[in-house]
Design a protein around this ligand. Structure first.
Ligand code: 6PG
Length: 244
């Protein structure tokens, strides 16, 4: 059964996510000497990024041991308002002593195909090419169609075995080509943390909690990492439904 935690609104959810992020980073560094995270895009992580940027414990992390990747990106340059890199850069990375060589942004300006190939090479450089890369933490969101990263319902990317693939502009906002890591990589993560807020996600969250066929419809429900935790706010969670 998926592990759901319900918070009062997006603020409590983001505060808890910040604590988990820092804790996860410390544990990974203690155990393996480095922390490798895949950040998500969308709007929900913005507040988390702010909280981390202002957090003394986060600033004091050994940033030379923190490696930053993204789970997906839009095919736009790093200064574009749609860029997932820009979101993290503006709200978190610009405010902490991260090492530039540890930031592996997906180069959307190359176009989705070349950017996917470039990201694959970055992953090989860091994780090696033996076995599927294991992120210590994969931060994830979920769209109102149940997509996660840029894995959209009923698309070829869902069955891809390559670590990272390009995706033709989905019928979603923004309607632009994407690059995404795939389910084998998401499922190999040590911890997958979903952040989901708002009434628009409530129906899908209910189905993911209670309907075993949800993974047939919603890519987010297909993610089964070593540990998968859902942080949802009370708008996204129907508390009258008992988990099965
Ligand atoms: C993206 C994403 C995407 C996002 C969800 C949730 O680049 O669009 O990474 O998977 O996480 O769509 O987005 P919100 O947080 O805005 O609801």
């Amino acid at each position: 059964m998926a592990d759901f935690h319900v918070f009062k609104g997006p603020e409590e959810l983001s505060q808890a996510a910040a604590r988990l992020f820092i804790d996860c980073a410390h544990k990974a560094i203690d155990l393996r000497g480095r922390f490798i995270v895949a950040l998500s895009g969308g709007s929900t992580p913005k507040r988390l990024f702010h909280i981390l940027a202002e957090d003394r414990n986060c600033k004091a992390m050994p940033w030379e041991k923190m490696l930053i990747f993204w789970g997906d990106e839009r095919a736009v340059g790093p200064d574009h308002e749609w860029s997932n890199y820009k979101l993290a850069q503006d709200h978190l990375l610009a405010h902490v002593p991260v090492h530039e060589k540890n930031v592996f942004r997906i180069k959307g300006e190359l176009g989705a195909k070349l950017a996917a190939e470039d990201m694959r090479q970055d992953m090989i450089n860091i994780f090696g090419d033996q076995g599927v890369p294991r992120f210590d933490l994969a931060l994830q969101g979920m769209g109102t169609d149940g997509h996660t990263a840029s894995l959209f319902p009923d698309t070829d990317a869902l069955t891809a075995t390559d670590w990272v693939v390009s995706v033709i502009a989905p019928p979603a906002n923004p309607n632009v080509d994407r690059v995404t890591i795939t389910l084998p990589v998401l499922n190999a993560a040590r911890l997958s943390l979903f952040l989901v807020a708002g009434k628009g996600k409530r129906q899908i969250i209910s189905e993911i909690r209670n309907d075993p066929t949800a993974p047939w419809r919603y890519p987010a429900a297909c993610v089964k990492a070593e540990k998968t935790i859902w942080y949802v706010d009370d708008d996204a969670f129907d508390s009258t439904l008992a988990d099965k």
